[in-house]
Design a protein around this ligand. Structure first.
Ligand code: BES
Ligand code: MN
Ligand code: MN
Length: 455
C-alpha cells in the first residue's frame, strides 16, 4: 500500500492528461444541445474504467442520460464497495467571468481550473486512478463496482428507478462517494450529513397583457411588486421561515450536539473575507456552521419579469417569476414541504393575481452514522494520509439520491469528499487543487483496505 505515493508521483502527468480529456467534453446535463456530449462523456468514462482494470463496463440507458456501470469482482466472499459519482456538470455561464475557458482545463497556482474540475469529474476520477493502482498491484481486497450517472445536477430524475430495476447488480456493502468538501487539508473532515431540497418555480400573473404603467399604474396589481412582497413574507425578522408547519419535522439538535459542533474549527473572519462580505446573515440564535449544517434555509435563486432591456420602458408587466430553493434537514419531507409552500404562497396572494407553483426537483436529507465499520474505515484512511483524525461535519449541500440509495438498495453511503469550499463549484472559475486530487487518490486504497479488514 505504501507504493501508492510512488505510483502517483510517477504517473501524475498522465493522470492529469486523462482527467483533462474527460473535462474537455462539455457534459452539461440540463441542456438539450449537449445530449451528444453526454453520450461521449459516458463512453469516455467507460474507456477510463476499462483501462483502469474493470472487467466489464456497460453504458446503461435510462429515461434520461445513461449510467456507466463497471465492476471488478475478485471474490464473492469479500465485501463489495459501490463507488458512485456523476459525470454531468453545471452550465458554465456566465462565460465572461472565467479567466480561462471552462472546458479547456488549465493548471494555475497549483489548481486545476475548469467546469467539473472538482464537481464531480475531478473527484470521481480519483476513484478511477486509486482503483487502477489497486488492480495494477494486485492488491484489491474487495469487490468494486462503479455507478457513474449523468443526471445529478438536474436532480437524478432517472436514478431511483434505475436502482429499483438493478438491485441485484448494485448489491454492495457500502456506497463510497467523493462529491463533497472537507474543511481544509490541515483540518481533514468527513461529511456526515447532507441537506434535502425543495426547489420550486412560481409564476404570478396579473393583467392579461403588459400595460402602460401610466394609464394603469396604481389601479391594477403589478405581479413583480406582488411577487417581491410575497417573497418578503416567506421569512421573518429573525430569518425564520414563516410557512405554517415548516418546522414541524425539524429535529432540534441537543445542547451536547451543538457543543460538539462548535468545536469544529471555523474562522468567521476568513469566511467573510473570502466572500467579501461585512457580515454573515441567517437564522437568529444559530452559528454559521449550524445554519448550513442543521438548519433549513430558503433562498430565491432567480427572479424575473417585466422589462429588463436597455433604457426605460414604462410598463406594468403581466407576469413575474421566481425560482426558490429550500434546503431541508433530515426528517423533513420534500414533498410535504412543497405542499406547505404552495398552500401558504397561494394564501398570501392578493385577489388581483393568479399564482402557479411548480415543483422542479426535490430530495431528502441524509445522516451518516459514525459508529459503523465503514465510517471507521474512512476515518482511519484519512488519518493515514493526512496525519490527523478527521472531524465529522454536516454539509449544507445536497445529493438527493443518497437517501434513495438507502431506501431502495438498503445501503448506507460514506461521503469521502476532497473538495474545498473555495473550489467555486457551480461558479465561474471552478477549480480543484492538485494536492486535494492526489491526496484523494492516495486515501481511497486505504479505505478499501480498512473496510475489508473491518467487515
Ligand atoms: N456535489 C454537489 C453537492 C455538494 C457539494 C454537497 C459540496 C456537499 C458539499 C452536487 O453536485 C450538487 O450540486 N447538488 C445539488 C443538488 C441538486 C442539483 C438537486 C445541490 O446541492 O444544489
Ligand atoms: Mn456533485
Ligand atoms: Mn453540483
Amino acid at each position: 500500500m505504501e507504493k501508492i505515493k510512488d505510483y502517483i508521483a510517477s504517473n501524475s502527468d498522465r493522470f492529469l492528461e486523462e482527467l483533462f480529456e474527460l473535462i474537455r467534453i462539455p457534459s452539461v446535463s440540463s441542456s438539450e444541445a449537449h445530449k451528444g456530449d453526454m453520450i461521449k462523456t459516458a463512453e469516455a468514462v467507460r474507456e477510463a474504467l476499462l483501462k483502469a482494470g474493470a472487467d466489464e463496463v456497460q453504458i446503461m440507458d435510462t429515461q434520461g442520460h445513461p449510467v456507466v456501470y463497471g465492476e471488478k469482482l475478485v471474490d464473492s466472499s469479500l465485501p463489495t464497495v459501490l463507488v458512485y459519482g456523476h459525470y454531468d456538470v453545471q452550465p458554465a455561464e456566465p462565460l465572461e467571468l472565467w479567466k480561462s475557458p471552462p472546458f479547456e482545463p488549465e493548471v494555475r497556482d497549483g489548481k486545476i481550473y475548469a467546469r467539473g474540475a472538482d464537481d464531480d469529474k475531478g473527484q470521481l476520477f480519483m476513484h478511477v486512478k486509486a482503483f487502477e493502482f489497486m488492480v495494477a498491484e494486485e492488491k484489491l481486497p474487495c469487490n468494486v463496482k462503479f455507478m457513474i450517472e449523468g443526471e445529478e445536477e438536474i436532480g437524478s430524475p432517472s436514478l431511483k428507478q434505475f436502482c429499483r430495476e438493478n438491485k441485484e447488480l448494485l448489491k454492495s456493502d457500502v456506497i463510497l462517494i467523493s462529491d463533497t468538501t472537507m474543511i481544509s487539508l490541515d483540518v481533514p473532515s468527513i461529511t456526515t450529513g447532507l441537506r434535502g431540497l425543495s426547489y420550486l418555480q412560481v409564476e404570478v400573473t396579473g393583467p392579461n397583457r403588459d400595460l402602460h404603467s401610466g394609464l394603469y399604474g396604481g389601479a391594477v396589481a403589478n405581479p413583480v411588486n406582488v411577487l417581491s412582497n410575497m417573497i418578503s413574507q416567506l421569512t421573518d425578522e429573525s430569518n425564520r421561515i414563516t410557512i405554517p408547519g415548516f418546522y414541524d419535522d425539524v429535529i432540534e439538535a441537543s445542547k451536547e450536539e451543538r457543543n460538539e459542533m462548535a468545536k469544529a474549527p471555523f474562522d468567521l473572519g476568513a469566511y467573510k473575507g473570502a466572500l467579501d462580505i461585512e457580515e454573515v446573515d441567517g437564522e437568529k440564535g444559530y452559528s454559521t456552521i449550524e445554519r448550513t449544517g442543521i438548519r433549513p434555509s430558503l433562498d430565491v435563486c432567480g427572479i424575473w419579469g417585466g422589462f429588463t432591456g436597455e433604457g426605460a420602458k414604462t410598463v406594468l408587466p403581466s407576469k413575474a417569476y421566481a425560482k426558490i430553493s429550500m434546503r431541508l434537514v433530515p426528517n423533513q419531507d420534500s414533498e410535504r414541504v412543497d405542499q406547505l409552500f404552495e398552500d401558504y404562497f397561494k394564501s398570501i396572494a392578493p385577489a388581483g393575481v393568479k399564482v402557479v407553483v411548480r415543483s422542479l426537483h426535490g430530495g431528502q436529507g441524509y445522516v451518516s452514522p459514525i459508529d459503523t465499520a465503514a465510517y471507521q474505515a474512512a476515518s482511519k484512511a484519512v488519518e493515514e494520509t493526512f496525519g490527523k483524525k478527521p472531524v465529522p461535519f454536516r454539509s449544507g449541500g445536497s445529493i438527493p439520491i443518497v437517501s434513495d440509495f438507502e431506501e431502495v438498495l438498503g445501503v448506507k453511503s460514506i461521503l469521502l469528499g476532497f473538495g474545498l469550499e473555495s473550489d467555486a463549484i457551480h461558479s465561474p472559475n471552478e477549480n480543484y487543487p492538485l494536492d486535494n486530487f492526489f491526496r484523494g487518490i492516495e486515501t481511497i486504497p486505504y479505505f478499501y483496505k480498512y473496510f475489508s479488514e473491518m467487515s
